[in-house]
Write a protein that binds this ligand. Structure first.
Ligand code: SAM
Length: 233
């Protein structure tokens, strides 16, 4: 992992990364590369790519959205931990739950958390549409995040049930999100959400623009949601 690029980028974002956090990112990167030789975790394995397209991209919400101290955050479809794990490294005060449907990825996440000596992280194997009905997870989180999992309409049905009323769902989306947003709006309202902002978030050290769709939970999600996976699709 290119540490200099990571620190420069974090500085551009107004985020500070101390020595311990820098070492945690380095260990995370080394484990990502090592495990990726045995299983499919990511297509991005070069040192610059890991620093920018995984780590800096993941922490963009922290640079643009004011999230409360000690927030509970869940990351749905986290894969190899993005964006939830870099967020946890930069904000150790958060209680983070990483959720993925593939158990081998969850095993990787558990190994990373152990090696990084992180506390306050749970790695959960399960599908969003099942856990979103479970009272231990439903409407339990201040913040939900998700990157590269589904189109916004489907994603909202996966994610909004987890958010407490008053909390937020932040979807990390690509530049051309407008059409998706238009298609998702009626469902967002039905699920108890309200689009608060769509933030243009330039990715440091690149010419890429990330769109952060910020959806506030303004009412409880009706009990029939989330529906079963085939219904949602
Ligand atoms: N968020 C990570 C990232 O940006 O690198 C991973 C993205 S990967 C393309 C999509 C991930 O979502 C996969 O790890 C997959 O197992 C998970 N996933 C897809 N549908 C899911 C669901 N319904 N519930 C939980 N995880 C899901």
């Amino acid at each position: 992992m290119n540490q200099e690029l990571l620190l420069q980028g974090a500085n551009e974002l107004g985020l500070s990364i101390n020595q311990t956090q820098c070492e945690q990112f380095a260990v995370y990167s080394a484990l990502l590369k090592e495990w990726n030789e045995k299983m499919n975790l990511t297509a991005i394995v070069d040192d610059d790519g890991i620093a920018v397209k995984h780590f800096l991209d993941s922490v963009l919400p922290l640079a643009h959205i004011d999230l409360p101290e000690g927030a509970s955050l869940a990351d749905v479809g986290t894969g190899a931990g993005f964006p939830g794990l870099p967020i946890k490294i930069v904000r150790p005060d958060f209680q983070v739950t990483l959720i993925d449907a593939l158990n081998k990825r969850v095993k990787f996440l558990q190994a990373v958390c152990e090696n990084l000596h992180l506390s306050g992280v749970s790695c959960i194997h399960g599908r969003a549409e099942d856990l979103g009905k479970d009272k231990d997870y439903r409407e339990q989180f201040d913040v939900l995040t998700s990157r590269a999992v589904a189109n916004l309409k489907v994603l909202c049905e996966y994610c909004l049930p987890f958010v407490k009323v008053g909390g937020v769902f932040v979807a990390l989306k690509a530049q051309e999100v407008e059409e998706e947003l238009l298609a998702a709006k009626p469902m967002i309202g039905t699920l108890g959400g309200k689009v608060e902002q769509v933030i243009d978030a330039p990715l440091p050290q690149t010419d890429m623009l990330r769109k952060l769709v910020v959806i506030r939970k303004v009412a409880p999600t009706p009990s029939q949601f989330p529906r079963r996976a085939n219904k949602i699709k």
